[in-house]
Design a protein around this ligand. Structure first.
Ligand SMILES: [Zn+2]
Ligand SMILES: [Zn+2]
Length: 167
């Protein structure tokens, strides 16, 4: 991700207005990279700028996407994610907590058979590897909460686990 100053400069070059609100969005993106949703950026920016609107955040993110500074991605139901990583890369997506991680993998062997191309000329390939992240527990057995049948004295532990899963 470019620095807030570089983004300000890029906006001005395109004749776009740079407001303090937009600069706050630039800073939030720079300080918390990853694949945030517009809502996550909004929550971040509101800490220093409580009057900013979600609409302004969306508009700024969409402008950045139109400029090629961000890529808009969708990994299924829920809000779109904005990806500041412009390199060719793929993603690991946790189906339980929604975590998204960049991966660099050789996918040159992934091809659409000629009979299935429907006249398409394929220019890029993006692979989404779905599964369970380390925090959520990779083994299938981890999904079954072992505290399920326990009695009262383990109740607190049970709650704690629930919180971790939904955090
Ligand atoms: Zn997870
Ligand atoms: Zn990415």
């Amino acid at each position: 991700m470019k620095s807030p100053d570089e983004l300000t400069e890029a906006f001005r070059r395109r004749g776009l207005k740079v407001t303090p609100q937009r600069q706050a969005v630039f800073r939030a993106l720079h300080e918390h990279p990853g694949h945030p949703t517009a809502e996550a950026v909004y929550d971040d920016v509101r800490v220093e700028m409580p009057t900013i609107s979600l609409r302004t955040v969306y508009q700024t993110l969409n402008d950045l996407a139109a400029m090629g500074e961000l890529r808009q991605l969708s990994f299924g139901p829920g809000s779109a994610r904005f990806d500041p990583n412009g390199d060719d890369h793929h993603h690991l997506v946790c189906e339980r907590c929604g975590k998204v991680i960049d991966v660099y993998a050789d996918t040159s062997g992934v091809e659409v058979p000629p009979a299935e191309r429907h006249g398409f000329v394929v220019t890029t390939t993006q692979v989404v590897f779905r599964g369970t992240c380390a925090d959520c527990g990779a083994s299938p057995g981890a999904a079954d909460d072992p505290t399920h049948h326990l009695d009262h004295h383990n109740h607190n532990q049970h709650n704690q686990q629930e919180e971790t899963i939904h955090a």
